[in-house]
Design a binder for this molecule. Structure first.
Ligand SMILES: C[S@@+](CC[C@H](N)C(=O)[O-])C[C@H]1O[C@@H](n2cnc3c(N)ncnc32)[C@H](O)[C@@H]1O
Length: 195
């Protein structure tokens, strides 16, 4: 993940801020948020998904494997008492949450079956997941495929894996944001599911 560490200082560009805002909007549309919710954002980066939602929930814990990403998040979020951060990976967390969200992280995780089970186990009863990532793409999205384990995801794949992990009320909302790069369009989905 050293690549993300190097990219952290240039991460907060307009297109990524817009992406975070669009994912947050879709989360608000599809999940009823409230001030009692304890939320985990895994692979939170500089917090582009955290800041549009932090005033709608009780607390957000941002975890990431990149110290530089977390340093930027901590500086940006220093006035929020309900924001905590931790330098750790998703498979290492031991607490449980009411909502687990993430943006553009899942394609960097090698074993999605293991991830789905870990997310299920890390939720409180009736907890929700909200995972945004790329819909199936042709491999042209990344300049290098080092650390990329999936060229986007299909509905069928997500529904099967997350259902097998125990999730109910699974929904894949398509086209929540369209990223544009080198004259190509890369649509994102939001996967929602309930424990
Ligand atoms: C494409 S960036 C997305 C950052 C942020 N979510 C956003 O949308 O701006 C992926 C982030 O996931 C982090 N990451 C990758 N694998 C992870 C894991 N297993 N656990 C926690 N974070 C991870 C990386 O360090 C990186 O900051």
């Amino acid at each position: 993940m050293s690549d993300f560490n190097e990219r952290a200082k240039n991460w907060d560009v307009e297109s990524k801020i817009e992406r975070g805002n669009a994912i947050a909007k879709s989360i608000k549309t599809n999940i009823k948020l409230n001030k009692n919710m304890n939320v985990l954002d895994f692979g939170c980066g500089t917090g582009l998904l955290i800041f549009p939602l932090i005033e709608k929930v009780g607390a957000i814990h941002g975890i990431d494997l990149s110290p530089n990403m977390l340093d930027i998040l901590k500086e940006k979020g220093k006035n929020y008492k309900n924001l905590t951060t931790e330098l750790t990976g998703i498979f290492e967390i031991t607490s449980t949450f009411d909502l687990i969200m993430s943006s553009m992280v899942m394609h960097h995780i090698e074993n999605i079956t293991k991830l789905a089970k870990k997310l299920y186990d890390s939720l409180n009863p009736h907890g929700m997941i909200a995972i945004a990532d790329l819909m199936k793409e042709d491999g042209s999205f990344h300049n290098s495929l080092d650390g990329v384990y999936a060229l986007g995801f299909s509905n069928e794949f997500l529904e099967k894996i997350f259902k097998e992990a125990g999730f109910k009320e699974i929904k894949v909302v398509k086209n929540i944001f369209i990223m544009e790069k080198n004259d190509k369009k890369y649509p994102l989905f939001l996967l929602v599911g309930k424990k």
